[in-house]
Design a protein around this ligand. Sequence first.
Ligand SMILES: *Cc1c(COP(=O)(O)O)cnc(C)c1O
Length: 324
Amino acid sequence: MLHLDLPRIELGLLPTPIQELPRLSDALGRRILIKRDDQTGLALGGNKVRKLELLLGAARDHGANLLITCGAPQSNHCRQTAAAAARAGLRCVLVLQGGPPQGRNGNLLLDELLGASLVWSGERPPDEVMAEVAAREQASGARPYLIPYGGSSAVGVVGYVLAAAELAAQLELAASEAAPVIFLASSSGGTQAGLLLGQRLAGLRAEVRGISVLSPAAELRARVAALANEAARLLRVDGSSSEEDVLVDDRFLGAGYGIPGELEREAIRLFARTEGILLDPVYTARAAGGLIALLRRGEIAKGRDLLFWHTGGTPAVFAYADQL
Ligand SMILES: *Cc1c(COP(=O)(O)O)cnc(C)c1O
């Protein structure tokens, strides 16, 4: 098993529950379990909390007193980073794409309540603006720690290597038993990379299927494989992943990132009305909508349980109210 000697700061309420979804399973004709990473506990939860436990550990080791990261205006990652910074007593600067929208709602409201400073990147690449902010802060004596888009550095990915070990312990599968097929929303790729590497290290033999919310499959597969390999090197464990090991479906991108359509609207209602579970319009509703569509088309082989990994994001439903 994994001997983790990386620094880590506890932020989440872990392990998150696994639940049966009997009424949804009836509706879709297949047993479906859910892993509740929408309930990781920090400022309305989500998957970034697991990455941030390791990222904050690294930031503390670097002697940082400031976190800088970037994302879309309704970024869940930015909101969770702002909360983690507050918990650790660090300042936080968020570089958000574009310009300030009218009104503030959803994650953007929470960013401000959590005390983060916001910098709008306009038309420029957020990475470039982050580097500029970091240089300016450093010149005035701050010690910044930069967290990439989605928290997906090798360090962040380790949070999901640990999540796979958590899942393995919860399922207590006999070695002969078939592990579930895991479905999740995949964007910057760190969550999928960690689960891919982690389930292998845990001996789980699960299938990890990413539903892309942002990128064409080839691009995301390359990103996930590269991140899994960087994390394996960081942990000094064997097992390299190639792009062929990474399962990505990009057929549900619809009108693009952050633009919900009928697929997302139907998935949100179905989960809410059969199980009282809220999905978010950008990530989990697209992944759940993809899963529903694949089941209806008969594209998922029978015989293995399905596990939907809820990655959070629910504060965004308020910001998307008029599109739902
Ligand atoms: C960030 C995010 C994802 C995607 O995770 P990645 O590690 O970036 O692929 C999925 N769901 C939600 C709700 C997110 O905020």
